[in-house]
Design a protein around this ligand. Structure first.
Ligand SMILES: NC(=O)c1ccc[n+]([C@@H]2O[C@H](COP(=O)([O-])OP(=O)(O)OC[C@H]3O[C@@H](n4cnc5c(N)ncnc54)[C@H](O)[C@@H]3O)[C@@H](O)[C@H]2O)c1
Ligand SMILES: C[N+](C)(C)CC=O
Length: 495
């Protein structure tokens, strides 16, 4: 059985304490690899290596063009190993193979995109600012932020890591990546590709391990300049507390309970397609999943019935089987959490329209039928709390105003979607949704060029796009006084 390694200071290595934990295939419930269980001592070694690499200027001192060359080699390395990584991601996470292939392609494109931005940095003029006094020349300079501690989740194990690694490297930062213990495998391949691309030792480091044993020591490490976290609100709070006590920059990409507003004038088939994609893509293990659907009352019964039929036609199975559109839930823990949420939904008085149980013919593996609840009490936890699984809640509304009120009545504000043939209404609703991402007449398409992040408890800061690059810079002012002038405050004439 393959035993993964940590990657610290340019070398693949076992954890100091030598421990491992199993990687489990959620379709078979069987272990298929041993993952290196890094701990505080490994994190410390990795952060110190990243610190040395940053302080020596071996990476931040390179031109953007040279760094871009490295990033493009990483992108190519991902493309060269796409089939292998996608298969590994399917085994580790359970997602259908075409979705995993899509993720690896996106990850490669993310490196290319940030390579372009790194290159453009070289021709970016230093910004000179007129401070209204000719004796001073003032400039604003951007410098890479330093050492980044990146902590990532299991739903897009490679892609969520790359959303941090690519812009951080492009900006000239060094980093330590701590992926989720539930899905760590593809990040080891990423480390191999980065190693093969010839980055100097210490620039990128990988420490796999559990949250308490590896994540917390990374969040607490005094030599990190920034913490970049994606995961749950509960862990995000711990990471933010750690950042606060060390006064470190922090970026949080957290959960969601995103609304999808469907107006009666839309094409019902298109609405059903996007509702399905919005909640069953990646098994609903998507931070931005549109898990609360609000439907204009005149369309509500018809749409619910069509949604039920379409959901029941989805092919469920192991992610590597052809035609499968819904793989197993990632882990036993997550499976049990979702079943408990379904039970609480039924107990709340919500109407179970479809699913809610293990599909027939799949006795092993964490399989679940796509699940639809309707007429959900708005105070019920299934309406309010993130489930992070293939469970959608559907409710009716009567007016645009009511739909917006229900949509915005949430602690989260990551994403939202609106569907209507009236594009003016769509634009109006999009502006009034309190969320960082709004889709019109679709749900979930994500582009590397656009900023990603949430309002309210869905997070702080933005990834992707130019904003995701700027997030890895410090801003410095350099103010120069003309040596030919004298200040004349204490010494008259300046001598
Ligand atoms: N907003 C986004 O872009 C986005 C994207 C993907 C996932 N998510 C969110 O992620 C969550 C699911 O991911 P998850 O279950 O892996 O989240 P999680 O919070 O359980 O774990 C995330 C990471 O934090 C680590 N961790 C756990 N305890 C820690 C601690 N005390 N200190 C430091 N690190 C610790 C874990 O090991 C893992 O690497 C969902 O809430 C989802 O919405 C958000
Ligand atoms: C769906 N995706 C990849 C945009 C990120 C969140 O889970």
């Amino acid at each position: 059985m393959h035993r993964t390694q940590l990657y610290i200071d340019g070398a693949f290595t076992a954890p100091e304490a030598g421990g491992t934990f199993p990687a489990i295939d959620p379709a078979t419930e069987q272990p298929f690899a041993e993952v290196a269980a890094g701990q505080g001592a490994d994190i410390d070694r990795a952060v110190r290596a990243a610190r040395r690499a940053f302080d020596s200027g071996v990476w931040s001192g390179l031109s953007g063009t040279v760094r871009a060359g490295h990033l493009r080699r990483i992108a190519q390395g991902l493309r060269d190993r796409l089939a292998e990584i996608a298969a590994l991601e399917v085994r580790d996470n359970g997602k259908p193979l075409p979705e995993a292939e899509w993720d690896v392609g996106d990850a490669a494109f993310t490196f290319d995109y940030y390579a372009d931005l790194a290159e453009a940095e070289d021709s970016r003029a230093e910004e000179e600012v007129d401070v209204g006094d000719a004796r001073f020349r003032a400039t604003i300079r951007r410098e890479p932020l330093g050492v980044v501690g990146a902590i990532t989740p299991w739903n897009y194990p490679l892609l969520m890591a790359v959303w941090k690694v690519a812009p951080a490297l492009a900006a000239g930062c060094t980093l330590v990546l701590k992926p989720s213990e539930i899905c760590s495998m593809s990040c080891e391949v990423l480390a191999q590709i980065i190693h093969a691309a010839g980055l100097p030792p210490g620039v990128f480091n990988l420490v796999t391990g559990t949250g308490p044993e590896a994540g917390q020591p990374l969040a607490d490490h005094p030599l990190c300049d920034k913490l970049a976290f994606t995961g749950s609100v509960a862990t995000g709070r711990k990471v933010m507390n750690a950042a606060a006590s060390g006064i470190r920059t922090v970026a949080l990409e957290l959960g969601g309970k995103s609304p999808f507003l469907v107006f009666a004038d839309c094409d019902i088939e298109k609405a059903v397609e996007w509702i399905l994609f919005g909640i069953f893509w990646n098994k609903g293990e998507v931070c931005s999943a549109t898990s609360r659907v609000l439907v204009e009352r005149s369309l509500y019964p018809r749409l619910l019935e069509r949604l039920r039929q379409a959901a029941e036609a989805i092919t469920i199975g192991a992610g590597n089987e052809p035609g499968v559109k819904l793989g197993p839930i990632v882990s036993r823990g997550q499976y049990e959490k979702i079943l408990a949420a379904i039970a609480s939904g039924t107990a709340s008085g919500a109407r179970l329209v479809s699913g809610g149980e293990r599909p027939a013919g799949l006795p092993t593996g964490y399989f679940l039928k796509p699940t639809i609840f309707a007429d959900v009490p708005v105070e019920a936890s299934i309406w309010r709390e993130e489930i992070f699984g293939p469970v959608v809640c559907v409710n009716p509304f009567d007016t645009e105003e009511e739909a917006l009120r229900l949509a915005n009545d949430s602690a989260f504000g990551l994403a939202g979607a609106v569907m209507s043939d009236d594009l003016e209404r769509c634009e109006r609703v999009a502006c009034r949704l309190r969320a960082g991402i709004v889709w019109i007449n679709c749900s979930q398409p994500t582009f590397v060029q656009l900023p990603w992040g949430g309002f309210k408890t869905s997070g702080i800061g933005r990834e992707l796009g130019r904003a995701g690059f700027e997030a890895y810079f410090e801003t410095k002012q350099i103010t120069r006084f003309d040596p030919a002038e004298s200040w004349g405050w204490y010494l008259a004439g300046g001598q």
